[in-house]
Design a protein around this ligand. Structure first.
Ligand code: GTP
Ligand code: MG
Length: 426
């Protein structure tokens, strides 16, 4: 028999804490504290009393299974938000036979009861974690599009498999050539669509996790000043002394709804100073992993340093107020604000481009990418195989890989990996 579990499903510090109970004893335990319950899904204001002690006055709602978040009997208690209230009620619930939920346990039960597939569970986690508008849209719209693609792929694969089976049953000599050609065409088209989604996956992944922009350049070029300007706050120390910044200093900036982790680094130069040298090493290391390097050089004589190969670079001339002649690169001045709006627009455009999934199904997690890649590769093998039985076998292996995407095949390790990343109360 399943345990009855409970956890707060709201964040700390608010005026109200909502506590959810789920499991076979959820309704009985709630009734033990609140005495008489309102009809299902109706809110009732009740005194919560345990062993003669008044704990709180709470809004109590019950959701008998299967029409609840987890599919089990559930109750939600809207308590007053204090930490002591939560502690006292939790203690009473434990004494009454419930136990605190593990991270992700509600969602896991919802999945096991067919209320939530893995894509929906992941989209929900992303929605809760979304910090910017583009991330919110990815969680809401991108996940919906992925689910639709997934359902379509599954149906197409089912039909292709049925046809393949029909071909196997056909006597060799009567095998209609065009039927087989059409079947192969459908398999190839399905694989192609999956490869298109895989090609767009890095963009979706970057949007989910945020982009990495690194400011790189010689000492005293105005890197820290530029970062503070773009961040709109005083994050890094600025001084006229070259070699001021040593550590990597970073902050989150929202460029047109795309979350960007913007980092300022130590000025690149050869130095005897051990600490500064370590700063330079870290700067290069971080830049090598960036999505974009903002390479800066200061007026009046801007000289750009070499930057790591293979990474997109935006060249920006700083201290434009000191320029004596015009330059080809984007020029900005923190002193008089010149060029700042243009720079912001460029960065916003780049952020949008790097996270554009071009309408393809948004695979934003390594798990999802692996499932779709395995499916597409099995389809490739099916195409390469002329033996009908073996081709049918590869198609089954494709269907198996695709089923892992939504969790219809509930392999325990997959469930652990997905739900252990959740926080308590989800
Ligand atoms: N005239 C002018 N001076 C600037 C501008 N931006 C920064 N500075 C000055 O340039 C000096 C260096 O600025 P920082 O932002 O500390 O330069 P940095 O590249 O971070 O330097 P390090 O951390 O030492 O590598 C400071 O004295 C700033 O006030 C600008 O747009 N115009
Ligand atoms: Mg600096």
């Amino acid at each position: 028999m399943m345990d009855t579990i409970f956890a707060p499903i709201t964040g700390r510090g608010g005026a109200v804490t909502v506590l959810r109970l789920s499991g076979p004893a959820a309704l009985a335990i709630t009734a033990a504290l609140a005495k008489n319950l309102a009809p299902p899904r109706h809110a009732g204001l009740r005194k919560l009393v345990w062993r003669g002690r008044l704990l709180d006055t709470a809004l109590v709602v019950t959701f008998p299974g299967p029409n609840s978040f987890t599919g089990e009997d559930c109750a939600e208690l809207s308590l007053h938000g204090g930490r002591a209230v939560l502690a006292a009620v939790s203690e009473a619930l434990i004494a009454a036979g419930a136990r605190p939920a593990e991270p992700g346990e509600f969602s896991r039960r919802a999945h096991l009861n067919g209320r939530l597939d893995l894509l929906e569970a992941e989209a929900m986690a992303d929605l809760i974690a979304a910090e910017t508008e583009a991330q919110r849209r990815l969680a809401v719209e991108g996940a919906g599009a992925l689910q639709q693609s997934c359902a379509r792929w599954r149906e197409e694969l089912r039909q292709v498999m049925a046809q393949q089976e029909a071909l196997i049953d056909f006597p060799d000599e009567d095998l209609p050539q065009e039927v087989e050609a059409r079947l192969l065409g459908r398999i190839a088209a399905l694989a192609k669509e999956m490869y298109r989604a895989l090609a767009a996956a890095p963009a979706a992944e970057r949007l989910r996790e945020g982009l990495e922009f690194v400011i790189l350049g010689p000492p005293n070029a105005g890197k820290s000043t530029l970062m503070n300007e773009l961040a709109g706050e005083d994050v890094a120390i600025v001084s006229a002394i070259p070699g001021t910044t040593r550590d990597i200093v970073g902050t989150r900036v929202d460029f047109g709804g795309v979350p960007v982790h913007l980092t300022d680094t130590a000025g690149l130069r050869d130095t005897e100073d051990e600490i500064e040298a370590e700063g330079v090493r870290r700067a290069r290391h971080r830049a090598a992993k960036a999505d974009l390097i903002i390479a800066v050089a200061a007026a009046p004589n801007p000289e750009f340093l070499d930057v790591p190969q293979g990474i997109e670079v935006l060249r920006v001339v700083t201290k434009a107020d000191l320029l004596v002649k015009s330059v080809a690169d984007l020029a900005v001045s923190a002193a008089n604000g010149a060029g700042m709006a243009a720079l912001r627009t460029r960065l916003t455009d780049i952020a949008a481009r790097l996270t554009d999934t071009k309408g393809a199904a948004a695979l934003s997690r390594p798990r999802q990418i692996a499932c779709v890649r395995d499916t597409a590769q099995a389809l490739d093998r099916a195409l390469a195989n002329e033996e009908p039985e073996l081709r049918g076998e590869e198609l089954r292996s494709a269907a198996h890989a695709l089923a892992r995407l939504t969790g219809q095949i509930g392999v325990e390790e997959i469930l652990d990996a997905v739900f252990s990343g959740f926080c308590i109360g989800k």
